[in-house]
Write a protein that binds this ligand. Structure first.
Ligand SMILES: [Fe+2]
Ligand SMILES: [Fe+2]
Length: 405
């Protein structure tokens, strides 16, 4: 890792009138950055493996249409905010494309689709639509940057991770790993709690998921012709066995992973928007951020169906993990239908609690925090040092823009 590059990036990104002393801000960012690197030190990089489909191609199409944008130039800080957002959207688009190939409304793995549909019959449609949203976000942000004379973000040469071998998946290189995930569930408790991480609160999820795939890995692990029962009172999740139970466990994990990813976006965009100088950049960040929040609310609801009746109780035969029935605990921090944010501490504890997105500080919800969370999720498992160097440079540059909280 080339820390001097990161350092100079931060240094040039911090104007002399920054209300935060540059050295303190830089120290904090460097500390976060080192934490990210430390946590991923166990990851092994693999060689470049072919392939490239991409948002790059899609973006090229969009760019031809960009000829009449305002000539007003963006500040360096606004460019840094938008470039990080573009990187995150390329990452999101990559992972959602994988989910969509297998489990979307036109997806190719019928058993996976059936298992996802046990969470909600509309899951395949929602997956397809979420994928479209992310592709549009990435293409728009890069096209907008170019329209303003700024460099877009291109991650195509990092599409080197392997695809699923299961029926339905295209055999192309990927930016992100979905074959082995550690999905954090602290957001589940955080949004049911009256405490806010921006005031120092920390949360544990209602249970800890084991390392599980988000998509079928191959046809041996989850044969695509497996009959997946429709969960019902007559056939509850506790009755699922063998390959059907394995596929359902993977689909359940995906349901929670969707919410994990999108709650990250829900916190990231406000934290970026607070720093925007140009009203048009603010408009972009608030408008895209609103859709991330919409995604989160949707997936928050669907994930809960994996741990309520009748689907609760599926035991993954590979790990032995059983998805619990959270409603049997009779605890408001677990109850699955409490998906709307509980009012929480906001701005000052002297003010009434308020129902808000949380966290929204740079430290807890900003760019570096987002990359760290995605790294801990194993979303970048087996990516190379060059990938981490670039995305963390972009993250540190975005978090270094003055303003915000
Ligand atoms: Fe997005
Ligand atoms: Fe998203």
């Amino acid at each position: 890792m080339k820390e001097e590059n990161v350092s100079s990036s931060v240094g040039t990104a911090t104007p002399s009138n920054d209300p935060n002393p540059p050295s303190t801000a830089e120290d904090n960012l460097q500390r976060h950055w080192r934490g990210v690197v430390k946590r991923r030190s166990f990851l092994k990089s693999i060689g470049l493996a072919g392939a490239t489909v991409t948002a790059g191609a899609l973006m090229g199409k969009q760019l031809n249409a960009v000829t009449t944008q305002s000539s007003r130039r963006l500040s360096k800080g606004d460019i840094q905010l938008l470039r990080f957002a573009a990187a995150v959207e390329l990452i999101e688009a990559d992972l959602w494309q994988q989910y969509n190939e297998l489990g979307g409304v036109q997806g190719g793995n019928l058993a996976y689709i059936a298992a996802l549909s046990n969470l909600d019959g509309d899951m395949p449609q929602y997956i397809a639509d979420n994928t479209d949203d992310e592709l549009s976000h990435a293409a728009f942000l890069n096209a907008y940057l170019i329209s303003k004379g700024a460099d877009p973000v291109d991650l195509d040469h990092f599409r080197r991770l392997p695809s699923s071998q299961a029926t339905g998946a295209k055999d192309v290189g990927r930016l992100t790993n979905l074959l082995s995930l550690n999905v954090d569930l602290s957001w589940y408790t955080r949004y049911r709690s009256g405490q806010n991480p921006d005031f120092g609160a920390s949360f544990k999820g209602p249970f800890t998921l084991p390392t599980l795939p988000g998509i079928p890995v191959n046809n041996t692990d989850t044969p695509p012709d497996t009959t997946i029962p429709a969960a019902s009172a007559q056939c509850p999740g506790t009755a699922f066995t063998g390959a059907a139970a394995r596929m359902q466990a993977i689909a359940n994990n995906a349901g929670f992973h969707f919410a994990f990813i999108e709650q990250g976006g829900a916190s990231l965009y406000p934290s970026l928007a607070f720093k925007a100088k140009d009203p048009e950049v603010l408009r972009i960040l608030v408008s895209i951020g609103g859709v991330e929040i919409d995604h989160f609310g949707l997936w928050h609801d669907k994930g809960g169906n994996a741990v309520s009746q009748p689907l609760a109780g599926v035991t993954d035969p590979a790990t032995g993990f059983t998805f619990p029935d959270l409603n049997a605990l009779h605890n408001e921090l677990d109850q699955t239908n409490l998906i709307l944010p509980e009012p929480t501490d906001f701005i000052s504890k002297d003010l009434p609690q308020c129902s808000v997105i949380r966290p929204t500080t740079t430290r807890n919800g900003g760019a570096v925090a987002t990359i760290k969370a995605f790294t801990d999720d194993l979303l970048f498992l087996n990516q190379g040092d060059d990938f981490f160097t670039l995305v963390n440079q972009l993250a540190v540059a975005a978090d270094s823009v003055p303003g915000g909280f």
